[in-house]
Design a protein around this ligand. Structure first.
Ligand code: HSE
Length: 307
């Protein structure tokens, strides 16, 4: 750790599940939070002064209630080290509780920052293991850290992950409604078990989802996004969502689904259709009396990084 040096970390938003890949698949999006940190010797980590701009400015917690600080503390503990507190400045572009990976971004940036402060005792794979363990599932953590389209399994505290590049001519149109939906609530509506026919359906869907990405065949996306494990149960928590998805497809998207656990809806679209797709999705939410806005995003291929 170097006194007075400013450490800067950039972390991407992520979209988890991608329809049929519940708790396993995720993608990294070109929308970033930035964490700046200047260590102050003698200051305790939990006394770190946090200032912020952008999303959720009034909701930034302090001390161990802050996910970045908590992740820093856990990472230092795993290394058997102590790190001091300091002055932290957050540039938040990822909205809270909207299905775009804000909690993974916070945890990953805390783990990554602590690792930098300690002289990098951990490799990227360790950073992923620590982040996924804190999150409880790896589908946002893997793309936040590795970038691209990721498949990830968490077993016995260790993540196995693989990433592939996302075709650069595909765009993500994320339409973000003006209400929050917390992951716990969106998980609480899911059944505890599923029928064999539902399991078989999703095995088929996820196979074609992988083919869509690996062979760059967007025409397979509509099969890959056709999930029966979580999407049908969550649509009722997102007024207008059915219309938003069908409007996106009618406007020329390859396919659309709930982003993560919602309430954002993500459409995959060719570049020349993206504006029309976004407008059609906002109209769909309006039919459910929900205001929303859309962003047309590139995919991030790099994951978290020091800048
Ligand atoms: N796979 C998770 C879910 C992502 O759908 O509940 C949200 O954190």
């Amino acid at each position: 750790m170097t006194e007075n040096k400013t450490y800067i970390v950039r972390v991407p938003a992520t979209t988890a599940n991608i329809g049929s890949g519940f708790d396993t698949l995720g993608m990294s999006l070109g929308l970033y939070n930035v964490v700046q940190f200047v260590p102050v010797s003698g200051m305790s980590l939990i006394d770190t002064e946090i200032r912020a701009e952008g999303e959720g400015v009034g909701q930034i917690a302090a001390g161990l209630d802050n996910m970045i600080i908590k992740a820093m503390a856990e990472t230092a503990e795993k290394a058997g080290r102590k790190i001091s507190g300091g002055k932290m400045y957050l540039i938040n572009r990822i909205p809270f509780a909207r299905g775009l990976g804000s909690s993974s971004a916070a945890t990953a940036s805390g783990v990554f920052l602590a690792n930098m402060l300690m002289g990098e005792p951990f490799k990227r794979k360790d950073i992923l293991d620590i982040t996924a363990e804190m999150e409880g599932h790896p589908d946002n953590a893997a793309p936040a850290i590795l970038g691209g389209f990721c498949m990830a399994l968490l077993k016995d505290g260790e993540v196995t992950a693989e990433r592939i590049d996302i075709p650069s001519h595909w765009k993500a149109v994320v339409t973000i409604p003006d209400f929050e939906l917390h992951t716990e609530k969106a998980r609480a509506v899911l059944p505890k078990s599923y029928s064999r026919s539902d399991a078989v359906h999703n095995i088929g869907a996820v196979s074609f989802l992988m083919a869509a990405f690996m062979y760059q065949k967007p025409e397979y996306l509509k099969f890959g996004l056709d999930d029966v494990i979580h999407v049908p149960y969550r649509l009722g928590l997102i007024p207008g969502a059915v219309k938003v998805i069908s409007n996106a497809e009618k406007a020329g998207a390859y396919g659309a689904t709930i982003s993560g656990s919602g309430p954002t809806i993500i459409a995959f679209s060719p570049k020349d259709k993206a504006e029309e797709v976004g407008k059609a999705m906002v109209r769909g939410f309006a039919e459910g009396n929900i205001t929303s806005h859309y962003l047309i995003l590139d995919f991030d291929q790099s994951g978290i990084m020091a800048v």
